[in-house]
Design a protein around this ligand. Structure first.
Ligand SMILES: [Zn+2]
Length: 170
């Protein structure tokens, strides 16, 4: 930390990247989360499980902490990452399972972004939590839950990003 009253380079970068991510959040919320559009969702940086996590949610303010490593991810992949967190907020943060957040994203029509995020992070198959009581959906499971329009959108995103489906299919 610098004792200057001005932001140092790292702080300035954090600030600029937070505004960019908050713009993405705003776009996604306008598109698919009308029920929570009055909430003020802020981004901060630091260690977060699963690359992003809700760390505070109260009084219409929600804070999503993201790992700095996600900053250079492609925009559609970030939409998937942030949608999952917005579904936590929409469902009432922390009172539900990861699989419910994933399914909520799909129900809102953002499944193609969630799928592309799981493909990008090489989560091809479900990741079991709580001895089977909960799970993160992998790319293959999400793809099976998509409508044909959503599958088409996913294929377009994959083609735009030069991404291929997993070799081993179930
Ligand atoms: Zn989650």
């Amino acid at each position: 930390m610098s004792d200057s009253k001005y932001l140092n380079t790292e702080e300035l970068d954090d600030y600029i990247q937070s505004r960019k991510f908050e713009d993405y959040v705003y776009i996604i919320m306008s598109e698919a989360y009308s029920g929570i559009k009055d909430r003020n969702v802020r981004i901060e940086w630091g260690r977060a499980g699963a690359n992003a996590a809700i760390i505070w949610s109260q009084n219409k303010i929600d804070i999503i902490r993201c790992n700095r490593g996600v900053r250079n991810w492609p925009e559609p992949v970030l939409y998937g990452l942030l949608s999952h967190e917005l579904s936590h907020i929409a469902l009432g943060a922390n009172l539900h399972l990861e699989v419910q957040a994933d399914r909520d994203v799909i129900d809102r029509g953002l499944g193609p972004y969630l799928a592309i995020e799981r493909l990008f992070t090489q989560k091809h198959f479900d990741h079991i939590l709580l001895e089977g009581e909960d799970r993160y959906l992998g790319f293959m499971s999400i793809r099976k839950l998509l409508s044909s329009d959503d599958v088409h959108q996913l294929e377009t995103l994959m083609s735009d990003l030069g991404m291929k489906p997993p070799i081993r299919e179930e």
